[in-house]
Design a protein around this ligand. Structure first.
Ligand code: 5GP
Ligand code: MN
Length: 333
């Protein structure tokens, strides 16, 4: 462990001891790592005898509802929190804008503990515990639990494991390091049921998810000599499939996994003038940098951004940029 990380851990533990009442929040439209990290943090705060509120902008996807205390996460978009907070823990957020409207309940001088693993993290916290080499924010939360002397029980271990499983795509992506696997092993030893967690997070399909897949697969387009594969989800698709945000998770993999593709893209129409773009790359393409150019961020091979323009315009801009990036490119086999 570097001195810098050891210091950040000490500061983060002090942050937990220095405050008594916390707002715990992750990014808008939370995914597996975001949800699991929030719930792991709730376990830790409970064990330290602290009060907390769990809130996100956006619904907790149903596939994570089995995690302990998942029902305590307030969807601030639907049920606005009626008060402000002077201490907050932001999880899995590369910048503070990522918490969305939950920002409105932070007191002007609120202290923020920033716990994250994105290379693009802007160090916006009063304390920054940012570990880009960690596979998931949940792995960083594991470090914090260890540093705070909170022993693993089955509930905490299950949340931590769920985050790591989810962000490594079931221990398949390049972030599946020896350390991530070691931690996962320790979590299983502490009582995690890996079959149950994998079944819920990776295997389970909802019917809307299948209906959406049926509608979206025909939208496949290839650009840049086939190196770019795009899928498009319109507002109409989501409505017709009776799908929710959680049903869109993983769709982009169908684009990126196609043979010969360097970048897979999912364009999701969020409003007539707002398009969420998910980028997934194969080595050596860096999509974190490209997402950043469009005001977003993420990881080298998995990143995203939102463009406030109509769907056609968003597609034109992003595809043009990706064509430049992948011109003459040969993939690392
Ligand atoms: P997804 O495409 O699944 O939404 O996100 C892929 C990765 O990029 C995740 O690590 C996510 O946190 C990050 N990401 C997605 N959208 C944005 C964004 O608008 N801003 C930033 N900073 N990161 C994003
Ligand atoms: Mn993450």
């Amino acid at each position: 462990m570097t001195n810098e990380l050891a210091r950040a851990l000490t500061d983060a533990v002090r942050f937990l001891h220095d405050h008594d009442d916390f707002l715990v929040v992750a990014h808008t439209n939370p995914d597996g790592d975001a949800t699991a990290s929030v719930l792991a943090m709730a376990c830790i705060l409970e064990r330290l005898g602290k009060r907390y509120t769990l809130a996100n902008e956006g619904e907790t996807p149903r596939r994570y509802a089995f995690l302990p205390r998942a029902d305590r996460i307030v969807n601030h978009g639907r049920h606005p929190l009626g008060r402000t907070y002077t201490a907050a823990i932001a999880l899995d957020c590369a910048d503070l804008e990522r918490i969305g409207d939950v920002r409105n309940v932070l007191a002007p001088n609120a202290a923020v503990l920033n716990i994250d693993h994105h290379v693009t993290n802007t160090r916006y916290g009063s304390v920054n515990l940012v570990v880009p080499q960690d596979a998931a924010t949940a792995q960083v939360v594991y470090r914090l639990a260890q540093a705070a002397g909170v022993a693993l029980d089955a509930e905490l271990a299950t949340c931590l494991y769920a985050g790591i499983l989810s962000d490594t795509g079931g221990f398949r992506y390049a972030n599946t390091t020896a350390e991530a696997l070691r931690v996962a092993g320790e979590l299983v030893a502490a009582g995690v049921r890996p079959d149950v967690v994998a079944e819920r997070i990776l295997e389970l399909l909802t019917e809307p998810q299948l209906r959406l897949l049926q509608r979206v697969l025909p939208s496949l387009e290839r650009y840049g000599d086939g190196r770019i594969a795009c899928l498009t989800v319109t507002l109409e698709d989501v409505a017709a499939a009776q799908a929710t945000r959680g049903d869109l998770e993983g769709l982009v993999a169908y684009a990126r996994n196609l043979e010969g593709v360097a970048v897979g893209v999912l364009f999701r129409e969020d409003a007539p003038d707002a398009v969420k773009v998910s980028l997934r790359a194969r080595e050596p393409v860096d999509v974190a940098r490209i997402a950043q150019e469009f005001g977003g961020g993420g990881h080298v091979r998995a990143a995203g951004c939102t463009l406030r323009v109509p769907l056609d315009e968003a597609k034109r801009r992003v595809i043009a940029r990706l064509e430049r990036e992948t011109e003459g490119l040969s993939l690392v086999p």
